[in-house]
Design a protein around this ligand. Structure first.
Ligand code: NAD
Length: 514
C-alpha cells in the first residue's frame, strides 16, 4: 500500500480501492463487469488501487447520455460554455497540488512535471474561455446581387478522446476544453496504464457540473483497454476521434475511423532530433539536450532521441555531455532532488534493454548508461540509467521511437547533411537547431529545413506552449491540438448563401420560363 500521506491524497481525490468504470460527468456508474486491473506505482512498485473495465452495457449507457447531452449543450451559447470551462480551470487550480502528486505517483514523472501538467490543464482552460467568444467565421462577397455569403462553425457532436499514459491528464484537457467550448460533448478513454489520474479529474470537475445543474453526459469517462478504443473508433455515433499514442495504435484507429469516413486527430510517436552547429551557444545546447533526453525518463513524445552535432565541436560536446550524465540523480520522482524517475513498467525496461542491444549489434557504441538499477529505492524494478550511444542515423533502431531515455549521438559536417538526417526518419513531430548563425536558423525553419510539426531555434525539442498548434507530420499522424486555430478540427464548417432580394438568379446564367 501507498504511505499515509499518499493515502490521504488518494482519498481526497476520490480514488477507492476498486474504482468505477464510467462517469457521466455528474454520476459514477458501478460496473457490471468483473475484469479488473491492478495499478501499481512505478515509483515504489506498491499497489495503488484497481480499476474495473467497462463492458458493452456501460459503453452503451455512456453513449446514450452523451447523445442526449449534446442536444442540450450545443444550444448553450458558446460564452456560457466558456464560463463552465472557466470554473473547471478554477477547480483544477484548487486541486493542483494533489492531482499533480497523483500524476507523478501513478505515472512516474517528477513532481514538478506532475504539477506542470496540471498547470497546462489550467492554461488550456484559460485559452478555451477566451476562445469561446472567438469562434469566428468569414463573410464572403457574393457574385450575385442582393445575396450574402458567410461561413459558420457548428459543433460536431460526440468527441472520443483516447489518451496515452505519459500525459495522463493534460492531453484530455487539450481536447476536451476546446471541444467543449465549441459545443461538443466528450467521451474520454484514458490509458489503462494510468487511469487513476483520469478518475481523479472527473471527481474534481463533477463539483462544477453539479453546482451548475448541468445534465449528465457532457464530460464522460470510460475505463478500458484497446478494445474500448477500437469500439469507439468503429462507432458511427462518434464523428471525431482524437487519439494520442503510438504510431501502431494510430494506424489501427485511422483505419477504423477512415472506413466509416469519420474524422480523426492523430497525435503519435516522434523521433526528435536536435542539431548543434559550431555556431551554437554550447552551454545552452547542452542544457536543452540533457533536459530533452532525460526529462520524464525519455517518455515524452517530444523527448530528444537524436543529437546531430557538427564534427568541429563533436568531441568537446560529447565529453561535456557524458560528464553531465554522470552527475544525474536517478530516483524517486517525488523527491525534488532527483533528475530522473522510473519508466512506466517492467515491459518498458525490457524495451530499453533490447534497444541498447540492437544499437550495439548494428555498430553503436555505448558512451554512458545501459544499466537497470537495483536495490534500495529501486524496488519497483523500473529505474534505468539514461543512456548515450554513438550511432549512425540509418541504423534500424535509430529510425524507431524507443520510449526510454536513450539518446543517439550522430556526427555531421555540413548543415544540409544534418537537416537531411534529421528528416530521414518516419516520424515528424519535433525538431530543433542550436546556432547563433542567422542563416542557419532561417534555413532550418524554411521549406529547405525541418519537415516536422515543431521546428525550434535555440530551444530544445521537448514540451510545447499551449498557444501554438501542437502535432507532427508523417507517421506522427498529422493532427493538431491545443492552441492557434486547432479548434476548427472540433467543428464542422457550413457555408451559407442568403438571398435577401426579390429575384432568383440562377447559377451560370441559366434561365427558366415559368
Ligand atoms: P499506446 O499506443 O500503447 O496507447 C495509447 C492509447 O491508445 C491507450 O489509451 C490505449 O488503450 C489505446 N489503444 C491502444 N491500441 C489501440 C487500438 N488498437 N485501438 C484503439 N485504441 C488503442 O501508447 P502509450 O504507450 O500509452 O504512449 C506512448 C506513445 O504515445 C508514444 O509513441 C508517444 O510518442 C505517443 N504520444 C504522442 C503524443 C503526441 O502528441 N504526438 C503525446 C503523448 C504520447
Amino acid at each position: 500500500m501507498a504511505d499515509k500521506s499518499t493515502e490521504e491524497i488518494l482519498h481526497k481525490l476520490g480514488i477507492k480501492k476498486v474504482n468505477e468504470s464510467i462517469c457521466t460527468g455528474v454520476q459514477w456508474v458501478t460496473p457490471v463487469g468483473s475484469e479488473t486491473r491492478k495499478i501499481n506505482s512505478p515509483v515504489d512498485g506498491k499497489h495503488i488501487a484497481s480499476i474495473t473495465y467497462a463492458t458493452t452495457t456501460e459503453y452503451e449507457r455512456v453513449m446514450m447520455v452523451a447523445e442526449s447531452a449534446f442536444k442540450y449543450w450545443k444550444a448553450v451559447p458558446a460564452p456560457k460554455r466558456g464560463e463552465i470551462v472557466r470554473q473547471i480551470g478554477n477547480a483544477l487550480r484548487e486541486n493542483k497540488h494533489d492531482l499533480g502528486y497523483l500524476v507523478s505517483y501513478e505515472m512516474g514523472k517528477s513532481l514538478q512535471e506532475g504539477w506542470g501538467e496540471v498547470q497546462e490543464m489550467i492554461d488550456i482552460c484559460d485559452f478555451a474561455v477566451g476562445l469561446s467568444r472567438q469562434l469566428y467565421g468569414l463573410t464572403i462577397s457574393s457574385e450575385r446581387p442582393e445575396h450574402h455569403m458567410m461561413e459558420q462553425w457548428h459543433p460536431l457532436g460526440i468527441v472520443g478522446i483516447i489518451s496515452a499514459f505519459n500525459f495522463p491528464v493534460a492531453v484530455w484537457s487539450w481536447n476536451a476544453m476546446i471541444a467543449a467550448v465549441c459545443g461538443n460533448v466528450c467521451i474520454w478513454k484514458p490509458s489503462e496504464k494510468a487511469p487513476l489520474s483520469a478518475i481523479a479529474v472527473h471527481h474534481i470537475i463533477k463539483t462544477v457540473l453539479v453546482d451548475n445543474e448541468l445534465p449528465e453526459g457532457i464530460f464522460n469517462l470510460i475505463i478500458g483497454d484497446h478494445r474500448i478504443g477500437e469500439k469507439m473508433s468503429k462507432d458511427k455515433r462518434i464523428p471525431l476521434i482524437s487519439a494520442t499514442g503510438s504510431t501502431r495504435m494510430g494506424k489501427r484507429v485511422s483505419q477504423l475511423v477512415g472506413s466509416r469516413l469519420g474524422k480523426s486527430i492523430l497525435e503519435l510517436g516522434g523521433n526528435n532530433a536536435i542539431i548543434v552547429t559550431e555556431d551554437a551557444n554550447l552551454e545552452n545546447a547542452l542544457k536543452a539536450s540533457v533536459f530533452g533526453s532525460v526529462g520524464t525518463a525519455g517518455q515524452r513524445c517530444t523527448s530528444t532521441r537524436r543529437l546531430i552535432v557538427q564534427d568541429t565541436i563533436f568531441e568537446k560536446f560529447k565529453s561535456k555531455l557524458v560528464k553531465i550524465y554522470a552527475q544525474l540523480k536517478i530516483g524517486n520522482p517525488l523527491d525534488q532532488d532527483n533528475h530522473v524517475g522510473p519508466l512506466i513498467d517492467k515491459d518498458a525496461v525490457k524495451i530499453y534493454l533490447k534497444a541498447i542491444e540492437s544499437a550495439e549489434d548494428e555498430g553503436g557504441q555505448v558512451l554512458f548508461g545501459a544499466k537497470v538499477l537495483k536495490g534500495k529505492g529501486y524496488e519497483s524494478g523500473c529505474y534505468v540509467v539514461p543512456t548515450l550511444i554513438l550511432a549512425r542515423n540509418h541504423y534500424n533502431i535509430v529510425q524507431e521511437e524507443t520510449f526510454a531515455p536513450i539518446t543517439y549521438l550522430i556526427k555531421f559536417s555540413r548543415l544540409e547533411e544534418a537537416i537531411a538526417m534529421q528528416n530521414d526518419v518516419k516520424q515528424g513531430l519535433s525538431s530543433a537547431i542550436f546556432t547563433d548563425n542567422m542563416k542557419e536558423a532561417h534555413q532550418f525553419t524554411s521549406v529547405f529545413g525541418s519537415d516536422c510539426g515543431i521546428a525550434n531555434v535555440n530551444i530544445g525539442t521537448s514540451g510545447a506552449e499551449i498557444g501554438g498548434a501542437f502535432g507532427g507530420e508523417k507517421e506522427t499522424g498529422g493532427g493538431r491540438e491545443s492552441g492557434s486555430d486547432s479548434w476548427k478540427a472540433y467543428m464542422r464548417r457550413q457555408t451559407n448563401t442568403i438571398n435577401f432580394g426579390d429575384g432568383m438568379p440562377l447559377a451560370q446564367g441559366i434561365k427558366f420560363d415559368i
